[in-house]
Design a protein around this ligand. Structure first.
Ligand code: AMP
Length: 211
């Protein structure tokens, strides 16, 4: 199985689709946002350096993100993985290519108004699973608690209208050169996510199965 790179605006469903792929195909799911939030929660030196940046909706410096990601990739050598939330700059995409070329890139395409709506309804668990109260298929079975581990669901600190707008704009600023870069390598697959999650998953599964 090829490795998968998800690029998408915030709240487009990268985490949800990653979890579905993980369950069906046994991928290791690497959410760079989750790795960074873990550093913050553990109050490591990196965590202290990135907390304000994440809370303000800006991007963490490439070097720091890459150092955290590299540490994690070393632990999963040989296993197929999904990279969710990386690369977010062209420099990150080029750096990744220095040691990885066996991958497909899936772009989840979602209009800003819809992304905002999803973000407002999003709840997350510290185990990495996320829920959406605006979608019957993505609500937790027990209101307010994670189906997977039973922990209390929370709203992300950066899931508010003002910070979200900044995150979305950052995404728009950086994404075109990244898309062009992967298009030129024949690795880019565009997926419209203004649809039912199972239909989206079917299209993504086809890309995975064709590898
Ligand atoms: P996410 O959970 O993917 O929405 O990411 C949450 C936040 O973590 C982002 O708004 C950024 O501040 C930071 N972040 C995540 N991935 C990256 C990345 N590849 N490069 C820089 N910052 C990142």
């Amino acid at each position: 199985m090829k490795n998968i790179i998800f690029i998408a605006p915030p709240a487009a469903g990268k985490g949800t689709q990653s979890n579905m792929l993980k369950e069906k195909y046994g991928y290791v799911h690497i959410s760079v946002g989750d790795l960074l939030r873990k550093e913050v929660a553990l109050e490591t030196a990196s965590g202290k350096a990135v907390k304000n940046i994440i809370d303000s909706g800006e991007l963490v410096a490439d070097d720091l993100v890459f150092a955290i990601l590299e540490k994690h990739l070393r632990n999963i050598v040989g296993k197929p993985f999904i990279l969710d939330g990386f690369p977010r700059t062209l420099n990150q995409a080029k750096t990744l290519d220095k040691f990885l070329n066996d991958y497909e890139v899936i772009y989840l395409d979602l209009a800003k108004e819809k992304a905002v709506k999803r973000m407002l309804n999003r709840l997350v668990c510290e185990c990495g699973k996320s829920y959406n109260l605006g979608d019957e298929t993505l609500k937790p079975k027990t209101e307010g608690f994670c189906d997977n581990c039973g922990k209390k669901l929370v709203k992300r600190d950066d899931d508010n209208a003002e910070i979200f707008a900044k995150r979305y704009d950052n995404f728009l600023t950086n994404i075109e050169p990244i898309k062009d870069y992967y298009k030129a390598k024949n690795k880019l697959h565009m997926i419209d996510v203004n649809r039912n999650i199972n239909d989206i998953f079917e299209d993504i599964s086809e890309i995975v199965a064709n590898d």
